[in-house]
Design a protein around this ligand. Structure first.
Ligand code: SF4
Length: 158
């Protein structure tokens, strides 16, 4: 049986989604959520730039960087960019291509450990966590040992 079908008998879909996608974009008042008419000729061109598809890159990317520098969410956005490894959008003052050069090698491991921690806290059996993440049980147990007593935040529905 597909481990995703199997686990749906144990966890509601929203808890599973939260566990598998532990890195969410920063919440709050993002500078890029409002059109800055002093920097972009239209809301569509601003959105295209933050979507990673600037109309005129040499004009639009510096403007987006300047917006990020004023954004209250800059630090959490930078963390999200590092952890999520988003490969498309403009985040925290950098294009996806620029971020690729600074990605931490430990990013995949960090994500997996967060997934393991949340699934474990949701009382998903170790063997099922292993199948879901395509790992063997010993590596999941090793992750749990490394995680120690740190308690992950549970989703609101759990
Ligand atoms: S730092 Fe930049 S990309 Fe991130 S939320 Fe703020 S304005 Fe948007």
């Amino acid at each position: 049986m597909d481990p995703h079908d199997e686990i749906e008998n144990v966890l509601p879909p929203e808890a599973l989604f939260w566990a598998m996608e532990p890195f969410g974009p920063p919440m709050g008042e993002a500078a890029c959520s409002t059109w800055d008419e002093t920097r972009f000729p239209s809301p569509e061109e601003q959105q295209a730039t933050f979507d990673g598809e600037p109309v005129v890159p040499e004009r639009d990317v510096p403007q987006a960087r300047a917006m990020c520098r004023t954004c209250l969410l800059l630090e959490s956005c930078r963390q999200y960019a590092l952890d999520s490894r988003d490969e498309h959008v403009f985040l925290a003052g950098e294009t996806a291509e620029e971020r690729r050069k600074t990605w931490r090698k430990s990013g995949e491991l960090t994500k997996r450990r967060r997934q393991v921690a949340v699934l474990y806290a949701l009382k998903v059996p170790t063997a099922m966590i292993a199948r879901l993440l395509g790992r063997d049980e010993s590596s999941i147990r090793s992750d749990l040992r490394q995680l120690g007593k740190r308690r992950p935040q549970l989703p609101p529905t759990a």
